[in-house]
Design a binder for this molecule. Structure first.
Ligand code: FES
Length: 246
């Protein structure tokens, strides 16, 4: 029996319990892939095939769903998956500087994994935590209000094996990138379709065009958009909130 067959057998009762919670088998797709990813460290081809069989869905349905989300990795990744938000709210709060700092400290770029297999790094779209921009996820756990000092502390703790979030299991050594060949075919290069006009080579993901248009509108209507959201101010130390409002 292969390692994967043994894992599938072990997880079978848990998979059945998850699937039984839903009226539509398809609704169990994401939780099941998550379950396999939590054990293998990535959403393997074996896992996607197993989920398609368990839920009686075509493999195409499973693969197309999994490939839509940055929450799933379709190749082995580092023990720490660092996904930094590059959405509009985070960009307004300094995400470009945060991303540049991460790249510099890690010595890798967007969608890459360090040679020692410890870190994978990705710049992702809005993580829906805009009131705590700039933010990121570490192995899908949120980290808010990022600063360079926080990044320093985080990387030191991860390298020492003392970070609060557990490392991902690593059932296979990760390659340099976890993107698949077909992902790259969009651009026949290293950029997504939305980043074709970006000239900054250090930022291959780039900012999307709609985001730039929206950013222009916000900056040209300063009276209306100036300052941060009330929700964000509510979470701040009073002295800092006052300083920002001045
Ligand atoms: S823009 Fe970063 S969380 Fe929404």
């Amino acid at each position: 029996m292969s390692d994967f067959d043994a894992l599938r057998e072990e997880l079978k009762p848990q998979c059945e319990a998850i699937a039984a919670q839903y009226e539509q088998p398809r609704s169990a797709l994401l939780p099941l892939v998550h379950l396999f990813q939590s054990r293998e460290g990535y959403a393997s081809a074996d896992a996607m095939r197993a989920v398609s069989e368990m839920l009686d869905l075509s493999l195409a349905v499973v693969e197309s769903t999994v490939s839509f989300y940055t929450l799933f990795y379709r190749k082995p990744v580092g023990k720490y998956m660092l996904q930094v938000c590059r959405g509009l709210a985070c960009t307004l709060n300094g995400a470009e500087d945060i991303m540049a700092y991460f790249r510099e400290q890690l010595g890798i770029g967007h969608l890459e994994t360090t040679d020692d297999g410890l870190f994978s790094y990705e710049e992702v779209e809005c993580l829906a935590a805009c009131d705590r921009a700039t933010c990121m996820q570490v192995n899908l756990n949120f980290v808010y209000d990022l600063t360079p000092a926080m990044i320093d502390d985080m990387l030191v703790a991860m390298r020492a094996g003392k970070y609060a979030v557990a490392p991902l299991p690593q059932t296979q050594a990760p390659p340099k990138t976890w993107t698949l060949r077909q992902d790259m075919q969009v651009s026949r290069g290293e950029k997504s379709a939305g980043a074709q006009d970006q000239s900054e080579p250090n930022n291959p993901g780039g900012l999307d065009r709609d985001g730039i248009i929206m950013l222009d509108r916000i900056l040209s209507d300063e009276a209306r958009f100036k300052g941060r959201t009330k929700e964000r101010l509510a979470n701040m130390e009073p002295a800092m909130a006052e300083a920002i409002e001045e």
